[in-house]
Structures are given as C-alpha cells and as structure tokens.
Design a protein around this ligand. Structure first.
Ligand code: FES
Length: 434
C-alpha cells in the first residue's frame, strides 16, 4: 500500500547521463521544482539539462496532498509583521501567479485539475483566524472568515480562499516532460560554479546551475544546514468516507488535513519534526475509524518537507560567493505553488529579467528569528547525544522510527533504511556497516 499518485501513473523511465556535456543551464534534482524550472527555461528558449539521482518525481512530489493554493496556514499576518506590506504582498502575488499558471497549463494536461476552495481552520484560537482574515483584508485579498466547516468536529474559526485548486501531481508532470532534456539515475557528486560531476565521472559544464535537490547538497556555502530542518507528515486515501466540497487544513502543527480526490477522501496529519516523536499512520487510522467507521484505507503514504526559518522559501543565488549557482528549497509543506514560484523566479534571474519577488525569497536574507535559536539548541543536543548509529551528514545521533522502520536524523532530516541504505538527504551516503 503506497502513494495513490505513484500507483495510478507511470512516468517515463529516463536513462542515465553517459557522457560529459555542455549546456547553458544545468538543473540538479528532478522533483517538481526541477521539472518546472526545466519547462520554464525551455519555454524561454534557454538550453538546459535536468539531471536526477534516481527516478523523476519519485520523492516529495509523489507523496504530496497536491493542493494548489496561495493559502499556506495563517501565514499572512506573520509575513506582514516580519516583512511588512511589500513582503507579504509579494508572497501573495507570487503564489497567486503560480496558481494561475497551473490553471493555464492544466487546460492542456489531463491531470484531474479541479477548482476547490481552500480553508485553514483552528480548533481553539479564534483570534488567530480573525487576525489572519484582517491581514488578508489589508492586502486586498477576498478571503472570508468562517465559523463552521463540514468536518467531523467543530472548529473555532477558519479562513477561506476561494477558487484554489487540486490535481494529480504525477499526471501533471507526465504532461510537462515531452521536449525536456532529462537524465535519471545520475547522482551528482560534486558541484562548483561552472560545472558538476556525476557519480560516473561525467562532467557537465554550465553557465548556471540550479540546485533543486529538496535539501541543498552543498554544505560549504549558504549555511543551509542551519537554515533548514525537516518535517514528516502522513496521509491516507479513504474509500467510503463522505465527499467534502473543499480542501481543509488545521493551522496547528500536528493537526489534520482533508481533501476530496475522486472516490477517495485524502485524510492526513500527524506532522512532526523528522527524528522526533509524533504522528504516524496508526494515529490517523484510529481517528478515521472514529469519524467514519465504514471507511476503508486504500492507500497510505508519508512525506518529508524542508522547513525554512521564517516561513518563506529560499529561492535565488545559492550564496554571495558562488556566482552562477542558484537554489530552490524550504517550501514549508507548500511545494506545489512554491515550486512554480521557483521556476518563474529562477527563470527570470537566469535570463537577466527583473523580478519583484527576488528580495523576499533571497536565500541570504537575515535569519535572526526564534526558530534559528531553537534549531541550534536542538542540533547541539543531538550532536552531543552519545548513542549509535550516527548520521554521516554531520554526525548527529539517529533515532529509530518504529512507524516506518527507519533511522531518522533530528538535526536536518536524513533517513536510512534498517539495513543502512539512504532514503532521504541531506546525507549523501548510507550508514556504514557496524
Ligand atoms: Fe545533518 Fe543528520 S542530517 S547530521
């Protein structure tokens, strides 16, 4: 029983890179962000090559809830407070533009696209819903404040974004791939400004390199190992649960998420920091049994998201000292629209166009915020924990995940199978035999 998306679609199986080559833009990482970047650059007439370590879109893209919305939790009040009106407006405009571009592309791609309203609710904090609604009024966005939702429990308040969307992410990707130059099963082992080298020793030279590898693979620049951490969350596809009209998510960490999907209800949650206790399918299955006793679990899957420190992704130059290297990461569980923002923004940067969003998403913006100090304290504790096994990334103590039978790293989110094989980076290798 795996991901609904993977089990209902087949993507082309691209072969590996078998020779050195030269291109204008190399894109490293074939998840949705990488594919969208390749598609955008090809549309702009730029010569580009996409290289993926494993299968195209086999990671986060294959394990998402696939909601297309500019509503990312109760975020806009926080953005107004932290970045001012221009920053909050830029985030909203970027994500609404992304949504509109999906709407246009989905007209020609058979990918189950549907318009749906999006709702973020709170169980216990009506003031937070009111403040988010006020923030959106300040930004001139037609959100509405709701008091009741068709969920199996009462809510204390909710904010609605009208006319958002949902789709089948892998059917969408399948429609984007024709015409792109793609190599799979070709891990990149070294990246420097101007070139990258694969596991097999093939060299790709490029004026620009976009690193779209979920967690950026270069530790030496940009300090992404301080600026990012990872969360896991869990999903079930239920048959026999009532159809819901919209897409719903709790603003609280660990809360529940719902969206319709053909004959199924996608029911998820249990979000927790990778390597820490919390969540899991069993908790969701217990709740599903309570809410809809006749429903049956048809698919179940989990995903892993890169979290930025201030709620805004890092999209732009990799660091001030790596000319020609760019990054797109830290989508904070909202990777569908933020991947599209990355494709539009990086497409503009690579082709020398002006973009009003560059300042907000700039990866080298100030990171002095409470989450930074919380991450530093937590990482120091996990580095000093004396247990084994240790993570090959930077040496933190791994924690056993009994739900998924994996060794998980609480510092930056690397994961390993029971036999030590690497599942998720930023580690680049598996565990050594004892
Ligand atoms: Fe960085 Fe484990 S992922 S130390």
């Amino acid at each position: 029983m795996g991901s609904l998306w993977l089990e209902t679609t087949t993507l082309p199986d691209y072969g590996p890179l078998e020779k050195s080559l030269n291109t204008d833009v190399l894109i490293v990482g074939g998840g949705l962000a990488g594919v969208l970047c390749a598609h955008r650059l090809t549309e702009l007439g730029v010569d580009c090559v996409l290289v993926e370590a494993e299968n195209i879109c086999g990671g986060v893209t294959a394990h998402t809830t696939a909601k297309l919305t500019a509503q990312h939790g109760f975020l806009y009040r926080t953005l107004l407070d932290h970045f001012g009106r221009s920053g909050a407006a830029a985030y909203l405009e970027a994500n609404l533009t992304a949504l509109e571009r999906y709407r246009t592309l989905c007209q020609r791609i058979d990918c189950d696209f549907e318009e749906r309203d999006s709702y973020v609710y709170t169980l216990d904090d009506p003031k937070a819903a009111q403040e988010e609604f006020s923030a959106l009024q300040e930004l001139g966005y037609p959100a509405t404040l709701e008091r009741q939702l068709p969920l199996p429990f009462p809510v204390a308040g909710a904010v609605r974004f009208p006319d958002q969307g949902q789709f089948h992410p892998l059917k969408f990707v399948r429609g984007l791939l024709p015409g792109l130059t793609v190599y799979a099963h070709s891990p990149i082992r070294k990246i420097r400004p101007g070139y990258a080298i694969t596991d097999q020793g093939h060299v790709v030279t490029a004026k620009h390199i976009l690193i779209c590898t979920h967690f950026p693979m270069l530790n030496r620049w940009g300090s992404y190992f301080i600026k990012l951490y990872q969360h896991r969350s869990y999903l079930l596809a239920l048959e026999g649960a009532p159809a819901l009209p919209g897409m719903y998510v709790d603003n609280a960490q660990g809360g529940l998420t719902f969206r319709p999907c053909g004959p199924y209800l996608l029911f998820g949650g249990g979000d927790h920091r990778t390597g820490k206790a919390g969540g899991g399918w069993s908790e969701l299955e217990t709740l599903a049994q309570r809410y809809w006793p006749k429903a049956q679990v048809k698919y179940r899957w989990a995903t892993q998201d890169c979290m930025s420190l201030d709620g805004v992704p890092y999209i732009g130059p990799y660091s001030p000292s790596t000319p020609g290297l760019y990054v797109a990461t830290g989508f904070n569980k909202w990777g569908m629209t933020n991947s599209m923002v990355a494709a539009l923004l990086l497409g503009d940067l690579v082709t020398g166009r002006d973009t009003p969003w560059a300042k907000l998403f700039a990866p080298n913006r100030s990171m002095l915020c409470p989450q930074l100090f919380s991450n530093l304290i937590s990482s120091a504790a996990d580095l000093l924990t004396p247990t084994r096994p240790r993570c090959p990334h930077m040496g933190c103590a791994l924690k056993w995940n009994s739900q998924e039978h994996s060794w998980d790293c609480p510092c930056h989110g690397s994961r390993f199978r029971e036999d030590g094989q690497l599942i998720n980076g930023p580690a680049q290798e598996g565990l050594s035999p004892k």
